[in-house]
Design a protein around this ligand. Structure first.
Ligand code: M3P
Ligand code: FE
Length: 303
């Protein structure tokens, strides 16, 4: 049983046509469906119906969807979340296009998180029988799949406890003020085998810092950077490497101002993976290992 992965990110964008150029042409996602005011995107190596939902009007995070491995998990996670003190509601098939029944939870950080098991399976262009390693006609960066989201919360300790106690996530890395009197400033938590499926740092409730796409390696990351330059995508930071998670990274913005990341590398986690601790005095190395410098706007620009 358990939460398997981040399945979808639903964000608002000020202009859907501008957003199409970014998510479609530059990042290379495909349109899975369109309804009035919403575009559903899928990346090439994702089998499920969609992973990014864009909603016209405004900016920022609407909700995150995490896929669980069995339908029964929904009851367990619903009960645990209620006992933790969260408001939950049931969502039914069709509330989200192509997604089945599920549980909607208002997190202690005021973000909306949806758990679901069923979603329409559409497969990939490369398929599962003698597949080619990549699509024959990739577009733009050709991101294979989404990877993680990072949000802000007034109370990282509480949110970490929620993810650990209610959803069985574990912290791969924690950022604390100082180990003698540790106040938690951030946590990178996993439910699968990557360093993080969700992460959060101290900040206002309900905000999105970024959501990330996986890339294979440093050279595909560099190529993504080239494409951002070609397409005049505003780059926030990178290419560089995180100390935390060891991933290589570029942060950039969609036309509405939502921050995205391309993330390559990072280690593999497993059940008894020990939690790594970073102290606030090493924060800049933890976040940007090579440059060891923090741009003020990196932590303050949120949507
Ligand atoms: C990552 C990551 C912040 C740290 C971000 C780290 C916002 O995005 O993927 O490890 O402080
Ligand atoms: Fe990230």
């Amino acid at each position: 049983m358990g939460v398997m992965r981040l399945g979808y990110v639903h964000v608002r964008v000020t202009d859907l046509d501008d957003a199409r150029k970014h998510y479609g042409d530059t990042l290379g996602m495909s349109v899975a469906a369109e309804t009035s005011g919403r575009v559903y995107y899928k990346a090439w190596d994702e089998y499920d119906h969609h992973s990014v939902v864009l909603e016209g009007g405004g900016v920022g995070l609407v909700k995150l969807g995490y896929k669980v491995s069995r339908s029964d998990d929904l009851d367990v996670f619903e009960k645990r979340s209620q006992q933790f003190g969260c408001v939950t509601e049931r969502m039914s098939q069709g509330d989200n296009l192509a997604v089945g029944d599920g549980v909607r939870i208002t997190l202690p950080s005021e973000h909306t998180l949806e758990l679901y098991h069923e979603i329409e399976y559409v497969g990939t262009e490369t398929g599962v029988l003698n597949p080619d390693p990549e699509p024959r006609h990739p577009r733009g960066v050709s991101v294979p799949h989404i990877d993680h989201a990072l949000v802000t919360t007034e109370d990282p300790e509480l949110l970490e406890r929620f993810f650990a106690e209610c959803l069985d996530f574990r912290p791969a890395e924690r950022l604390v003020t100082d180990p003698a009197q540790p106040e938690l400033l951030g946590s990178w938590m996993f439910c699968g085998n990557s360093p993080h499926d969700i992460a959060f740092v101290k900040g206002p409730n309900g905000k999105l810092h970024h959501f990330a796409y996986h890339l294979t390696d440093w050279s595909t990351l560099l190529r993504a950077g080239d494409l951002f330059a070609m397409d005049d995508v505003p780059v926030d930071i990178g290419p560089t490497r995180h100390g935390i998670t060891r991933g290589t990274t570029i942060y950039f913005f969609d036309p509405a101002g939502n921050r995205n990341e391309v993330f390559a590398g990072g280690y593999t986690t497993y059940e008894d993976f020990p939690t790594i601790t970073w102290t606030a005095d090493q924060l800049t190395k933890g976040i940007f290992y090579i440059g060891r410098e923090m741009k003020d706007t990196f932590l303050s620009t949120l949507t």
